[in-house]
Each structure stands twice: as C-alpha cells, then as structure tokens.
Design a binder for this molecule. Structure first.
Ligand code: NAD
Length: 352
C-alpha cells in the first residue's frame, strides 16, 4: 500500500428527513444569536421559512445570491451582515447561496453555515470563488468552510429532476477525480466509490418519481460523500476543463460537468485503471466512461457542449484556457489529446 496523509476538515454534519427542525437547537449549541439567512431570489420562500423557524436567532434574510458570486453581490451581503450585527451567515440553497456565505465569511470572519438543496458539494470545501468583471478567482481559506451543514432531503423534493440530474453528475465528477487524485487516501476512495454508487442508484429513480423521498435522501447522502472528498483532495483534468469552459464562455456549471465527465474519464482511463474499475463497479457498468455516458443519457442530461451554447469557433480559445496552468492529472495532458476530447464533447459523440 502506498503512503498517504489523510486530513479531514472540521465540520459538523446533521443529516436526515425533517432535520431542518433541529436548526434552532444547533444554533443555540453554537451560541449564535443573530444569524443572517442568505439565498438566491429563486429560493426566497425557503429563506423566509428558515428565518421564521429560527425566530429570535435570525437577523434577517438577504435573498440576493447570484451564480459565481459577483464581487458587488458579495460586498452588498457583507455590508448587510455588518449593518444587522449578524454573528453568522446561513446559506439555504445551492452552490450560489453557499458561495455567497463563503465570500462574507472570507471578508469579515463571520462563521458560515449551510442548508444545501443541490448536490454541488460546495458546503464541504474551504474553497471560495469571486467574480470580478467577468473573471473568476478562487482560493482556499479555512475560514470559509461552513462550520455546520444540515442536510434535510425533504427540502430537495422540489428540486426539478433535470437540475437534480446535472447536479448529481457534477457530484459524481468530484468522486471520479478523487479516485485518481495524487493525494487521495484509502478513506477518500471508499467515500468516493460509495458516493458514486448512491447517486447512480438514486438519480434514475428521481427522474421516474420526483417525489420518491428515499431516492432523494440517497442522492443527498451521495452528494455529501462526493462533496466531502472534493474538499480533501486535488482535482484534475475534468475540473480544469469545466472551470475553463465555465469561466471563459459562461457555460452553465453543472451541465458542463455532465457533458465533460465521460470524456475526461475516457481520456484518463489508460492511466488510472484502478480508479476506473471502482467507478465501473459503483455504476454497475462494464467500463467507467461508457457507464457515465449511459447514465447521463438515461437521466436526459445534456451530452454536448453545442447544446450549452459553445461553437466550433470557440474551440481554439477553449483549448488554450484549458492547457494554461494545468491541474495534476494521471495522464499527461497534450494539446492534440485535449483537442480531440473537446471536439467529441462539442458534437455530443460518445467517449473514445
Ligand atoms: P445554484 O445554487 O445556482 O442552483 C441551481 C438551480 O437550482 C438554481 O436555479 C436554484 O434556484 C435551483 N434550486 C436550488 N435548490 C432548489 C430546490 N431545492 N428546489 C428547486 N430549485 C432549487 O447552482 P449549483 O449547481 O448548486 O452550484 C453552482 C455554483 O456552486 C457555481 O457557482 C460553482 O462554481 C459553485 N461551486 C463551488 C464549489 C466550491 O467548492 N467552492 C463546489 C461546487 C460548486
């Protein structure tokens, strides 16, 4: 067995149907008395519900979160938190709301808390992101890691199956890259494989029956596992490509992950046979790239970058963005290899 260093992040996780009801007691146990609730405008009703639930412990609701955390949005939330004398920020919603809570935590040292309603996994990482003038910068800071994460699968019952599908594939992508990461450990491998298994089992059931509470719980459990390992190891080619395409062409986050994942897995397959065997086993498929491609198809997820708005004329810039400051990857990344990968992903052809 090869040597490893395992460094889990300090975070309290509460999981279970109807566990939202435990939030007031959790805040009391942390000594928090003026919590500012953050959400996107679309999730305002949930934000209001949470604010009512926490009663006198609530400082207010700020329902202004936006995808990729524009710096002006972050500054406005920090100003609001200071004006209200908030002692913590609580994100309710997906990665956009959680990203805003992290940005406030970064600028003012208030603790961040999260009640996630998608499978992005951002709540499990100490990575923050901010967008200034269209350019996204990211960094790692222990202060932005949510101190408390409360997962209540009943809050995800209304997450539209189409969003659940791509968000779930986004989570699976974290686990896939964990399995071949240079700093992965035996524990992150077990969690990643179980995360893929849980999501691959649950997502088709959600597509068939969106209000299947057991499937919703299993998907959120899988997302937690995938997010947790994302927070502990270094990502590779797949995440590099998705960041380049998301940042450079404003492609939608989760959908881009859904399209790229089978192709990135196929690219890395020759250099990461053990990881591919574990992914295939978790998917119940013969091979990992084919299994990921089939799962995306079964879920009705986007399978081409063209569907997301990328054009053939964009490929040279996409290639140069994707090859700049590369992430560690099991197979050396060559321009020719990446060009072929992007061409197939653009056209929606199966992975090679
Ligand atoms: P999101 O938060 O924008 O949510 C996606 C959509 O789902 C939105 O339209 C939202 O209104 C809707 N939605 C969320 N919960 C819902 C519910 N329960 N019912 C109905 N609709 C619901 O996007 P996301 O995919 O969750 O997160 C993407 C963002 O997170 C990106 O900005 C990405 O960069 C960031 N991210 C960061 C990290 C990190 O470690 N820092 C990790 C993953 C993602």
């Amino acid at each position: 067995m090869r040597a490893f260093t395992h460094a889990p992040l300090p975070q309290r996780v509460v999981f279970g149907a109807e566990s939202l009801g435990r939030l007031p007691a959790e805040l009391d146990a942390m000594g928090l008395r003026r919590v500012l609730v953050l959400s996107t405008p679309g999730q305002r009703a949930l934000g209001e519900r949470v604010l009512a639930l926490i009663g006198a412990r609530g400082a207010g609701l700020h329902a202004e979160a936006r995808m990729h955390v524009p710096v002006e949005v972050a500054e406005a939330a920090s100003v609001r938190a200071a004006a209200l004398g908030a002692d913590a920020v609580l994100a309710v919603g997906g990665g956009s709301a959680i990203g805003l809570a992290k940005a406030v935590a970064l600028s003012g040292s208030l603790p961040a808390l999260a009640v996630p309603t998608t499978y992005s996994g951002s709540e499990c990482t100490a990575v923050w992101g901010l967008t200034r003038g269209g350019a996204k910068s990211t960094g790692r800071d222990p202060r932005v890691l949510p101190a408390l994460v409360l997962y209540d699968p009943t809050l995800t019952l209304d997450l539209p199956p189409g969003i659940a599908a791509v968000s779930g594939l986004n989570a699976i992508a974290h686990a896939v890259e964990v399995l071949y990461a240079p700093d992965g450990t035996p524990v992150t491998a077990i969690m990643a494989e179980e995360g893929v298994r849980a999501l691959a089992a649950a997502l088709p059931r959600i597509r068939e029956e969106p209000r299947d509470a057991e499937a919703r719980a299993e998907a959120l459990y899988g997302a937690w596992l995938c997010g947790t390992v994302l927070g502990q190891v270094t990502m590779g080619l797949h995440h590099k490509l998705c960041h380049a395409l998301g940042g450079g062409f404003d492609l939608p986050h989760a959908e881009t992950h859904a399209v790229i994942l089978p192709h990135a897995a196929a690219y890395n397959a020759p250099a990461a046979p053990e990881a591919m065997a574990r992914i295939a086993r978790a998917l119940g498929a013969e091979d990992a790239p084919g299994g990921l491609w089939a799962l995306a198809g079964r879920l009705g997820a986007a399978r081409s970058l063209a569907e997301l708005g990328l054009r053939e004329a964009d490929l040279p810039r996409a290639l140069s963005l994707a090859t700049a400051s590369p992430y560690p990857n099991p197979r050396p990344v060559t321009e020719a290899g990446l060009a072929a990968l992007l061409a197939r992903a653009l056209a929606g052809e199966p992975p090679l």
